[in-house]
Design a protein around this ligand. Sequence first.
Ligand SMILES: Cc1ncc(COP(=O)(O)O)c(C=O)c1O
Length: 376
Amino acid sequence: MKPKFGTLEKRLKEIKKNNLLRTLQDSSVEKQFIKINKKKLLNFSSNDYLGIKPTKIKYSQFQSSSRLVSGNDRSFSVLEKKLSKHKSQEKTIIYPTGYMTNLGVISALAGKQDTIFSDELNHASIVEACKLSGSKIKIFKHNDMNDLEQKVQKTKGRKLLVTEGIFSMDGDWSKLNEMIEISEKRGLVTILDDAHGDFVLGKDGKGTGDFFNVQKKIDVYISSLSKGLGSFGGYASGKKDLVDMCINTSKTFIYTSALPASINQYSLLRFNSNREAYRKRLWKKINQFHHRLNEIGFFTTSTSQIIPIIIGKEKKAVEFSKFLMNEGIFAQAIRYPTVKKNHARIRISISGWLSDKEIEYSIRILEKAKRKFNLN
Ligand SMILES: Cc1ncc(COP(=O)(O)O)c(C=O)c1O
């Protein structure tokens, strides 16, 4: 008799053999720390970049329904209005997660007859969203404007461009200003997924668009509330018609339960906090960390709070991460398929929580690891 689950066991063995097995570990996070197996580690794997002081939120009954049915608590419209202003856009729609926002918005906006130009390093949720839309997909080389322009020139029909603001696994900025030039010249719809730039870059954390002074030229903003702001949820901002179209056609909006109102209240509390002071504190830490990394001979193309230490082989990256963990540093090994094969890395994310002493300590451990693993 054939096994019930077909090749499941074989596939899992293959994943393990290639050093790509992922497992879950019980943990608890508090400020800059994570506790695993009763061991308290410095957490360099959290995307709570600003590190806004946590506040207690009141219990609220869950809506237990989709937003269009009976789940549209008033907290949604209060937060959406604030986010529209934050992005200088007409209207905003909140989805349960950033992943669902990409799926819902891109598939509502693009169809079979369209072509989407997508950066080769775009996040999995963008990749899946493009596929879901049924559009033709043209991948351009990472941040390569010549490649993009050449591909655009050869393409007829309606065209859309999608990029991240700060790339999630490399920590570099997209050449958003140059992309906007191409979009304007060639009539492309520009979609920016600013999950990692939002609340971090630009004045008041308005994001990568503000940083490059092209905020008003972005057609669709997509972001996550689960990273810089340290809350939960995803959102898209744009023209009123675009948002109304999402409300009417996005399956990840229509056919899923609404976020609990308490989460929106938490987002609002954090949004209304003194974010600019937190952002300035974060940038001080980012610059300090980059500076010290260079001093110990680590050079990266990152220009942000996300700093990859490129290792190469998956096995070595896992061992590197374990070594750090034994020394009290939690920084995950990122492997295929999140990044290309043999491009495994340790992804360090800096948060404003870190003290100068903690930064110095982690630099010393990284220096020790660099020697042990023979990294140049
Ligand atoms: C660029 C990018 N977009 C979207 C998402 C998904 O956001 P969320 O975690 O809110 O689902 C992520 C998450 O890592 C991301 O890095």
